[in-house]
Design a protein around this ligand. Structure first.
Ligand SMILES: *[C@@H]1O[C@H](CO)[C@@H](O)[C@H](O)[C@H]1NC(C)=O
Length: 338
């Protein structure tokens, strides 16, 4: 912006028509620099982070080093960073996606579409944007450690993170209450494999964008068409992820319901007269290709996969440890020309 008004001011100062014209051209050049032929990038940050944190700003500048001239937009719910951080814990995810859709549609540089990177929960929120809006459209969607099949436990907080602690305690106390489904972000992608009926009827966000609904007729076909229109979907799982439960959610995996486990594994024995605690039971993961939402293609995932446009990627570290892992992905999937 500063460069643009600078150019315009010089024009008026020159007073010579031909110079003025060349200045207009220069100003035009300055305006159109971001809307070159490189696909822009939209980033949606994760829980406890903000759109302008040091990490996000550093990531943006690394992306710009790899792809000179690329336009990058970091999604915000609130321009005030403290409020933006708060909105990662508290708020209505559906309303946040509506707001972000409006924000993205209002940015001229994004008009022709863009690639998108979602960090952690930002990944499933961007998927929600694709399914519900996709206008302007997303080409490549890359999600890092996202919770596409939800979480079956609310992850622990860092020490002294009270914003997180209070939200966590409230979500654990009643994830499917109407209040939690309106106000607690994590509750809105809480998916208890042992209470899928409750999840399907009471979850206000994830069950909807996953089309995991009791009545097949209630599934929204637009969601499937929009997701299937992606050029590529790149799902990144962190191999040592101890934050997302289960970590395979990043690849559309989920924990199998307990009743599907061998009943003898939870039967009482000498050491566990009341039955073994459920947590020690083997944690079976239902992989993407066995999920009903994949098999019956509720959301276009199977269509994408059969076209060969889903890439499952692993990063070696803990949740969101991007070091040594993001660069090849950003080189390959971001910064292409229209
Ligand atoms: C399906 O989703 C689209 C996009 O969000 C929306 O416009 C439409 O009203 C939805 N259809 C139904 C039947 O809910």
């Amino acid at each position: 912006m500063a460069a643009r008004s600078g150019a315009v001011l010089t024009c008026f100062a020159s007073k010579l028509m031909f110079l003025a014209l060349s200045c207009v051209a220069l100003a035009g050049y300055a305006i159109s620099t971001p809307t070159n032929d490189i696909r822009p990038l939209v980033i949606w940050h994760g829980l406890g982070d903000t759109y302008a944190s040091r990490g996000i700003i550093q990531f943006e500048s690394e992306v710009k080093k790899l792809h000179p001239g690329i336009f990058v937009h970091s999604v915000y719910i609130n321009r005030d960073v403290e409020e933006d951080k708060r909105a990662t814990f508290y708020g209505n995810v559906n309303a946040q996606i509506d707001l972000v859709a409006e924000q993205l549609a209002s940015i001229p540089e994004l008009g022709r579409g863009f690639d998108a990177i979602g960090f952690s929960q930002g990944g499933q929120f961007l998927r929600g944007y694709v399914e519900r809006y996709n206008d302007p459209p997303v080409y490549n969607l890359i999600t890092f450690g996202s919770q596409h099949m939800g979480i079956s436990d609310i992850p622990p907080c860092r020490s002294f993170d009270f914003l997180c602690e209070v939200a966590r305690r409230a979500a654990k106390a009643g994830a499917y209450t109407e209040w939690a489904q309106e106000h607690l972000v994590q509750a809105q992608y809480f998916r208890d494999p042992n209470q899928l009926g409750l999840y399907m009827t009471l979850n206000s966000f994830l069950a909807d964008i996953n089309n995991e609904l009791m009545l097949p007729a209630a599934r929204n076909v637009t969601y499937a068409n929009n997701l299937a229109s992606l050029e590529n979907l790149i799902l990144v799982l962190f191999a040592q992820d101890k934050t997302v439960i289960p970590k395979e959610s990043a690849w559309f995996g989920s924990e199998a319901p307990l009743e599907e486990l061998d009943a003898s594994s939870t039967q009482p024995d000498d050491q566990h007269p009341l039955g073994k605690p459920q947590l020690t039971a083997a944690r079976t993961i239902v992989p993407m290709k066995l999920q009903p939402l994949y098999v019956e293609d509720y959301i276009g995932l199977r269509s994408l996969d059969e076209r060969g446009t889903i890439t499952l990627q692993t990063c070696p570290g803990e949740h969101m440890h991007l070091t040594g892992c993001w660069e090849d992905l950003v080189r390959k999937w971001v910064g292409q020309s229209f």
